[in-house]
Design a protein around this ligand. Sequence first.
Ligand code: ADP
Length: 211
Amino acid sequence: MIKLSKRQDEILEIVKQNGPITGKDIAEKLSLTRAALRPDLAILTMSGNLEARPRVGYYFNESYESKQQAKKFILQKVKDYKALPVVVEKSTSVYDAIVQLFLEDVGTLYIVDSKGHLAGVVSRKDLLRASLGNHNLHELPVSVIMTRMPNIMTINPEETLLEAAKKMIHNHIDSLPVVKEVDGQKNTYLLLGRITKTTITRAYLEMMENK
Ligand code: ADP
């Protein structure tokens, strides 16, 4: 993505408001000569910000702007969008886990061990599956049905929303725990947050509405 100069930004604004507009008219609005403006107009057309039509003038390229904005959005960091994780202990019963899911209005619970390290994940489907079985849900601990380490897909706070989206889509999962690795201990993570398909969709919508 190229960084535009102040004058190039001014030209874009003029074309946005007045396009289609000729080079001569843009120059007039900026009190510059047509020749002085030529390099900036060349850059803006080559980069795709503006479109030039012979004998008509310059148009603002909206699809280019939307694409740039989408790119900027998806390259933002996970740390700026993560939400709070809902956490239960390994010994929590499946029954209580289901209650938690409703109370907290989430689709996934994270399970931590006594040291606070990430031990497992239970999703809606895991809990439904357990409910269909012939179990006593008050007696069955979530640790028996959870997806456990080292099979959990995780993400670091410094990674991008693009990487989070890819991991969720490619692994057919709705959310990722945002984690920090405990120094020198393989597959041992502190849980910092969660990122979900909803988090990303909501952030995208907010960006589009505040445009
Ligand atoms: P749902 O049950 O609503 O379909 P998911 O699609 O997130 O929720 O979960 C599908 C399966 O993947 C479940 O068995 C769940 O335990 C597991 N799972 C969920 N999140 C992760 C993750 N981050 N890493 C590995 N497995 C996960």
